[in-house]
Design a protein around this ligand. Structure first.
Ligand code: CAA
Length: 418
């Protein structure tokens, strides 16, 4: 029998400050309902230069190792998925290894493909373990990013920052992955990118939504073909997608998850054996079902609505939010997950929630991490956004968290909170 492989535990790290999006909308002369209802966002994490991608990643890994009492000698791989790395050559992962004083005897590297980079790392880790090459060792995969479009841009209310660290092992207490069922879809498109030397992303916003939905369709259909062949799902009185207890999406803004879910349902309704008996209009109407969205998607978005876009980490922040809210009820049930990275690459995969998920999430203190944040005014958010990236303010990090202290001779120095 194949050994289970998947996510054993997770931890999150978020910036210490956030801004209220209704307040930001008023400051921009926009109807607050556009941000809160049109985009589905409530709050947005506000980072300062001391809370860079390395600091957030190291803080998340530190919390993961501490709260789950992970023996570092069992880690054989450390991968950071990010699209906002701090150096063209030296990986974020090597900073994290050094800051956490992790053993030398491990593979350490970054993976980059826009918001898909974290999933690339997770799949490399899971398949390394599943192949037997890991010989019983575990992997730590960290998704860490800062989403930045700039002041007064269309993308401004969809910024955010944070990190999610995942422990991947043969003891998948949180989520046992269905290794081998994944569906992928990639295309060469310019929907969102960040030319070298720029802090702000460039985005063709409405086109990026189209690319996401097209890539989702390809990836989901690929997964569904394999899942049907393995009898994980079947055509029947419910569609294959409806047989997943919950579906988690890449969440650049919460409303995108609703659009994504409509698209996934449309794929099933168009491909169903009885599709010829329905009209295109009827299928489109059925795809938009609010009941289906509420039942399968809404409960995963609580953290995303308070943090904003976290690029590579956004899908895994949704997983943290879902398991924080519902891990007991979901034990033994299958989830679907859709990762999307602009450029573009997408992957649909699935996994079964573990019997120990509730105990693991109780130790994960997600709510405590969120509760420590401080709300700042729009003026303070704007001040922090204007700070140069290489001049962090001299603030002490919270105990167990890290901050960038200075950059000297192009070398970054970090401090840990005592
Ligand atoms: N009350 C309620 N709703 C309102 C409203 C009001 N007063 N005014 C507008 N809305 C609704 C609109 O109807 C729209 O909803 P629908 O899409 O469901 O119709 C929504 O609010 C947004 O309105 P607009 O489309 O007019 O907003 P916009 O043009 O200013 O920008 C955006 C929206 C394109 C998403 C922009 O924020 C952006 O470019 N964001 C960054 C790019 C992005 O996130 N792309 C997502 C796919 S790519 C990806 O996923 C990778 C990644 O992480 C970046």
């Amino acid at each position: 029998m194949k050994k289970p492989v998947g996510i054993e535990a997770l931890a999150i790290a978020v910036p210490r400050r956030y801004v209220d999006l209704a307040e930001l909308a008023r400051a921009r002369g926009v109807d607050p309902a556009k941000y809160t209802s049109g985009l589905g966002a409530r709050e947005m994490a506000v980072y300062d230069p001391g809370e860079d991608t390395v600091a957030l990643a190291a803080s998340a890994v530190s919390r993961l190792l501490r709260t789950h009492q992970v023996d570092a000698s069992r880690i054989g791989m450390l991968v950071v998925g990010t699209e906002t790395g701090v150096d063209h050559s030296k990986p974020v992962a090597s900073h994290v290894q050094g800051l956490l004083k992790l053993p030398r005897t491990m593979r350490v590297y970054d993976t980059q493909h826009a918001c898909y980079g974290g999933t690339a790392g997770l799949m490399a880790a899971a398949e390394w373990i599943a192949s037997g090459a890991a010989a019983g060792r575990s992997a730590v995969v960290v998704c860490s990013d800062i989403a930045r479009y700039g002041l007064n841009t269309a993308g401004e209310p969809t910024q955010g920052a944070g990190a999610v660290a995942l422990l991947v092992s043969e003891q998948p207490d949180l989520l046992a992955l269905d290794v081998g069922l994944n569906g992928s879809c990639s295309m060469d498109v310019y929907d969102f990118w960040r030319p070298l030397g720029r802090r702000e992303a460039v985005v063709d916003g409405h086109y990026s939504i189209q690319c996401y939905l097209e890539a989702l369709s390809g990836a989901y259909r690929g997964w569904r073909e394999r899942a049907l062949a393995h009898e994980v799902v079947r055509w029947g009185s419910t569609t294959p997608g409806e047989q997943l207890a919950r579906i988690l999406y890449h969440v650049p803004f919460c409303k995108m998850a609703r659009k994504a879910h409509t698209q996934l349902r449309l794929c099933d309704l168009e491909d169903a054996p009885n599709a010829a008996t329905t009209t295109a209009e009827a299928r489109e109407e059925l795809a938009k079902s609010s009941a289906s969205y509420e039942a399968q998607v809404a409960s995963s978005l609580s953290l995303n609505a308070r943090v904003g876009n976290v690029y590579t980490a956004s899908l895994y922040l949704a997983l943290a939010g879902l398991l924080h809210a519902e891990s007991s009820a979901l034990a033994g049930q299958r989830l679907g997950l859709l990762s999307y990275g602009s450029g573009c690459a997408s992957e649909f995969f699935s996994g079964v929630v573990g019997a120990q998920a509730a105990q693991r999430m109780a130790r994960t203190d997600v709510e405590a991490v969120m509760a420590r944040r401080e709300r700042v005014s729009v003026e303070e958010y704007e001040r922090l956004m204007k700070l140069p990236g290489d001049a962090p303010e001299a603030l002490a990090p919270a105990p167990g968290e890290f901050r960038l202290a200075e950059i000297r001779d192009h070398k970054r120095r970090y401090v840990e909170g005592a």
